[in-house]
Design a protein around this ligand. Structure first.
Ligand SMILES: CC(C)(COP(=O)(O)OP(=O)(O)OC[C@H]1O[C@@H](n2cnc3c(N)ncnc32)[C@H](O)[C@@H]1OP(=O)(O)O)[C@@H](O)C(=O)NCCC(=O)NCCS
Length: 166
């Protein structure tokens, strides 16, 4: 498995995985990743061209098996203690999970974040996404808060925020 920064040739594979991620979200009852849809007004795809975002892929030859996108946001609630990065999205091909791809991707991204002086990484997990909760706990993230609100499409969104000091 080769882990590295995403290149334009990885785009199709990343978007295939993003589609799979959204299908899984809908099937689990938490709705689609509504805030960023591929065909919506604010396409998630634009994240790949956003200078504030970094995407890393895990590849077997040219097959994209997983990716992680991090954002270095303008708004930083931790500005007094350091520089923040946020995990925007991470997903691994369904059939290839539990083989260490997610861990390898996250660890490579964390090393990269340290080189740009990031001190804390923030992310959110939907309540009920047990694999993700267990995964992020194993990566050293701690729960910091929980939110709950009703989306415009009526779906009750319950989110856990987790942080790691790196
Ligand atoms: C979360 C996700 C990225 C993990 O990727 P992965 O490649 O399967 O992760 P790894 O194989 O590196 O797992 C590392 C550890 O995390 C924990 N873990 C991961 N998936 C788990 C599961 N389904 N059940 C229990 N523990 C799990 C285990 O401790 C595992 O170590 P182990 O296999 O030695 O026991 C993957 O499940 C995924 O793509 N989920 C769908 C998208 C998603 O929910 N993304 C996160 C949004 S916040």
């Amino acid at each position: 498995m080769h882990i590295g920064a995403a290149s334009p040739g990885d785009r199709e594979g990343i978007l295939r995985l993003y589609g799979e991620f959204n299908e899984e979200r809908i099937a689990s009852g938490v709705g689609d990743a509504q805030y960023k849809t591929i065909d919506g007004g604010l396409p998630w795809e634009s994240t790949l061209d956003d200078e504030d975002c970094m995407t890393y892929v895990g590849k077997e030859k040219s097959f994209v098996a997983g990716f992680i996108t991090l954002r270095l946001p303008e708004f930083n609630p931790f500005h007094k203690v350091g520089r923040l990065a946020e995990v925007d999205l991470m997903t691994v091909e369904r059939k290839l999970r539990r083989r260490g791809i997610g861990s390898a991707l996250y660890r490579a991204a964390e090393i990269q974040m340290k080189t740009v002086s990031v001190t804390h990484i923030l992310l959110n997990v939907k309540v009920g996404n047990v694999p993700a909760m267990l995964f992020w706990s194993k990566m050293g993230f701690k729960k910091v808060s929980k939110t709950q609100f009703k989306r415009a499409d009526g779906i009750e969104e319950r989110t856990i925020y987790m942080v790691k000091k790196i």
